[in-house]
Design a protein around this ligand. Sequence first.
Ligand SMILES: *Cc1c(COP(=O)(O)O)cnc(C)c1O
Length: 396
Amino acid sequence: MNHICDKENKYLLGVYKKNPLVVKSASGKYIYDEKGRRYLDFFSGLSVCNFGHRHPKIISAIARQLKRYLHISNLYSADVQSLLAEKLVSMAFGSDGGKVFFPNSGAEANECAIKLVRKYGATSGRYEIITFENSFHGRTLATLSATGQNKFHKGFEPLPQGFRYAKFNDLSSVKKVFSQSKTIAIMVEPVQGEGGVRPADESFLRGLREFADEKKILLIFDEIQTGFGRCGEVFAFKRYGVKPDILTLAKALGGGLPLGATVISKKFSEVFKPGDHGSTFGGNPVSCAAALAAVSLLDKKLIKHINSVGDYFKQKLIGIKEKYPSLIKDVRGLGLMLGMELSIKGRDIVNDCLKKGLLINVTQDNVLRFLPPLIITKSDVDCAVRIIEESISSKF
Ligand SMILES: *Cc1c(COP(=O)(O)O)cnc(C)c1O
């Protein structure tokens, strides 16, 4: 382990806060280290491995595609791309239809959405996008600028122009920063992930939809983290019953391989013309094949399972909160995207859980974030909750 960490420190750019774990292998809901020690994974590679590590259906879909071709460029046709696009459009917009652009990552999916609304707004001179405090939309310069958190901006100015920040769950603050002559879109996460696992109020998302319709601007849902079953629906917006004009996806979409998607409703699907946008690797055929398998796993039965295990987990976390009210301020989230806000920093608890064989995450310094694979059972939750409670009680 040590020589790997030494090499890492010497040669890898130090942009990540690493946990002390060198992974040897991973399978289902478990990760194994070099000594063969098993860890229950309640992080899922940041909500990427939603179906567990190396799900057999995803692995065999990848193996099938490996025998065909890896990369052919977007100037030729790969059947897996259009099959996946058809599925995503139907899942997002049903018979209303739409079109998909495939990038490689979440930031690029948002970048595509940002460029598209700008192109759409160009004829009327509108270009501003309203985003929210505590949002997270990616690390490229434009998506960084869209991200409403100063701490990520510091040192990278000047950032691309054209983003205005409103308060999350506060429609009046959106109306305040809206400009008739400049605003073209609103971009929002239905549940803020990196910003501390904060679900939008139903009235807020509904209000955004009505406001966007009234002002003839677009509503973009960034479901890069919330999508793909995480929140107990195929997409979180289905729980709210509020439809976006553009939906951005990545993380779990590729079943563990890198893939993003910008899903554009029919009304806006002809804004881009050939040459307006592109990506060399975007929609990699192996990633698309994996994604097709992942989509097929996201059935009604699994959705029901996510809600039942998610509710069970949330109740257990609330139980811990009631025992330690001075340490735990809040428990919140949807489906299997849950957060526990502490009155102390969470890093120690994350390290402690790792030592005890449970992988969790902390965001915003004091919000424990739980993103288990969607296939976990109630007894996995019991196991995790026991470890979490042990760690928390040791801080009491
Ligand atoms: C992770 C994330 C992104 C960025 O995705 P990358 O693949 O890291 O570029 C954007 N938006 C949200 C909501 C995310 O959770």
